[in-house]
Design a protein around this ligand. Structure first.
Ligand code: ADE
Length: 266
């Protein structure tokens, strides 16, 4: 995968040389090129932003500089997906990470200040570029760099050959045909400070372990992220899933679970 990152803080991305991401680069799974947006400025101050038209606080990134930079990058190689982080955009989820992990080339454009001129993504969409604007959560960061780092890590760890054990991806939260929070994990010792690992995990009965973990995933998701339960496809639920969800106050007779009563005392 070829990745270009455009930023006014290239040093932010020293982090991509660390850990598994660094190894993926070293193995050649990934080619990341970090570009300094200011290299496309022509004024003495290398300015990339200006005051918002219509008034208001802060500064907005100028379309001319971004235009010059993105024109050059688009002319360079395979047609990319252009990803622009933006707190006022749809949420980036595991679904988007999975989709973007199949793309040959990604260009990330990091906004700063109050964001970037709205004509930038609009112009490139008009040119036939696949432009995605995503928020990584309902909070505001100072710029897109941290958001890009998070999105890039979520995408790159899905590349074939990246993880030592690809099974760990299949089992984790938000992954698979139904997005559930993952069950809790334990390691040895079986007893720590008076706290025991659940017995069933020690018994070696894989079917029972799987069922215990699935029940826990359903319970935790119902409590912490009921929106994910409400999005489940009921045709994917087995008899035991249905029993657990009904016990938790969900009606599973329709296409998707619906809440019928507050969680029952168990
Ligand atoms: N830029 C500032 N805040 C952001 C957020 N929450 N997600 C993506 N980009 C951002």
């Amino acid at each position: 995968m070829l990745v270009d990152i455009v930023t006014v803080f290239p040093e932010y991305f020293d982090v991509v040389n660390l850990s598994l991401m660094g190894k993926a680069r070293a193995k050649g799974l990934l080619d990341i090129r970090v570009r300094n947006l200011r290299d496309w400025t022509h004024d003495v101050h290398h300015s990339v932003d200006d005051t918002p038209v219509g008034g208001g606080a802060g500064m907005v990134m100028k379309p001319e500089v971004w235009g010059a930079c993105l024109d050059d990058l688009l002319a360079e190689g395979p047609s990319p997906v252009l990803v622009m982080p933006n707190p006022s955009a749809p949420l980036f989820t595991q679904r988007q990470a999975t989709e973007l992990s199949h793309v040959e080339r990604l260009v990330f454009g990091c906004g700063r200040y109050e964001g970037y001129d709205a004509r930038i993504p609009e112009y490139y969409r008009g040119q036939g570029v696949d432009v995605r604007e995503y928020s990584i959560g309902d909070y505001v960061l100072n710029g897109g760099e941290v958001a890009v780092t998070a999105m890039l890590e979520a995408i790159v760890r899905l590349l074939p050959g990246f993880m030592g054990n690809p099974e760990s991806i299949v089992e984790e939260s938000y992954t698979g045909r139904d997005a559930l929070l993952e069950h809790r994990q334990y390691t040895k010792p079986a007893l720590w400070r008076g706290m025991a690992v659940p017995d069933v995990l020690l018994g070696g009965d894989h079917a029972r372990v799987d069922r215990f973990r699935r029940d826990e995933a359903l319970r935790r998701t119902s409590e912490i992220r009921p929106d994910l339960i409400a999005a489940l496809d009921c045709t994917h639920l087995d008899k035991a899933d249905r029993r657990v969800l009904e016990d938790l106050g969900w009606d599973v007779s329709g296409a998707h679970p619906t809440r019928v009563s507050p969680e029952k005392d168990r």
